[in-house]
Design a protein around this ligand. Sequence first.
Ligand SMILES: *[C@@H]1O[C@H](CO)[C@@H](O)[C@H](O)[C@H]1NC(C)=O
Ligand SMILES: *[C@@H]1O[C@H](CO)[C@@H](O)[C@H](O)[C@H]1NC(C)=O
Ligand SMILES: *[C@@H]1O[C@H](CO)[C@@H](O)[C@H](O)[C@H]1NC(C)=O
Length: 351
Amino acid sequence: MRKKQSPFIITLTTLFVLLLSIFTVEGAKKTYGVVGSSNGNVKLFVFGDSYVDTGNFIHSQSYKPPCGITFPGHPGGRFCDGRVLTDYLALYLKIDSPIPNAYRNASNIQNGINFAYGGTGVFDTHIDGPNLTAQINTFEQLIQQNLYTKTDLQSSFVLVNAGGNDYTAHIQHGSFFDIPKFTKSLVEQLARDIKRIQSLGVGKVAVSLIQPMGCLPELTVIDMHMNCIDLVNKVSQNHNQLLNDAIKQFNTQAGKTVLVTLDLYNAFLSAIDTMNKAHDRNSSLMNPLEECCVANMGHECGDVDEKGAKQYKVCQNPNLAFFWDTVHPSQNGWNAIFTLLQPSIAQFTLL
Ligand SMILES: *[C@@H]1O[C@H](CO)[C@@H](O)[C@H](O)[C@H]1NC(C)=O
Ligand SMILES: *[C@@H]1O[C@H](CO)[C@@H](O)[C@H](O)[C@H]1NC(C)=O
Ligand SMILES: *[C@@H]1O[C@H](CO)[C@@H](O)[C@H](O)[C@H]1NC(C)=O
């Protein structure tokens, strides 16, 4: 057996144990914050996992076909057929997507740096990449080397997207019966990390609320991709409620809005709902809960066998899919998500 390099894997067995282990979790609340100052020469610094990584995980599926078929046209380090959340945010800020840390040099960091690494988490996961703390450590070291001025940092933008892989890793390590307790420690660590990023002098920090994990095709497959798994979504809701509370507390203490949340949870649900309705009207459109790149049993999108035969099949038109693979949105999916996040980002950049 070859070693798997997937950013996330949840087996059916662990799913069922997960379902059994959740008893009561409260619903998430929606909030949009406001922050910032406008600046023509903004930089973007990105921390987290494969939802925002644009090329740091070099020995992964993200550098193998069919990733990148839509953009940049070849495998380019994104776990997607095309652009991901980072790219849409950069586009919105009217800058080029920040250079992945793996390719950083003295002359290509003017748009910021992307430290995100696929498969990683707030805590250590099964992937041998830098966790969120380690990513922030690297950023801190660069600041100490005076790579950016104080003014640069004050007008900079930070995007943090982490946590999904922590749940996968936690369940894989066999801890099924304490998800609410795990969520609490996860959000507490994430809050410490956010506080640390702020203490480095960055003006605007946007933190992703977690996606509805029960809608990922790796889970909806048990239901023929018909429905999201509500009980798993409740884990996301509970996480998001605690994270929202922590961020509100930061803003209250600061006496102004210094942090915003990006509500991936509701953006995913809303985009999926819209595409579902379109699919109901026209069956040649894709079911949004089904991935575009379908891997053979026991394989992942991008796998080939010893003879080089593809162990996956790509849908006819990735632009009609919401999910690229069993965990990652397609470019089309990210585009729809970003459109829904844009109002909160707009408030954030204008002030
Ligand atoms: C820095 O990296 C860029 C690509 O991002 C490359 O074009 C350039 O030659 C590199 N510069 C130095 C000084 O290594
Ligand atoms: C992050 O990784 C470092 C090692 O690189 C480790 O020392 C630290 O405990 C990890 N932090 C968390 C919160 O898991
Ligand atoms: C259904 O969607 C397909 C793909 O976008 C399109 O070509 C076709 O015209 C649509 N059919 C109807 C009846 O809208």
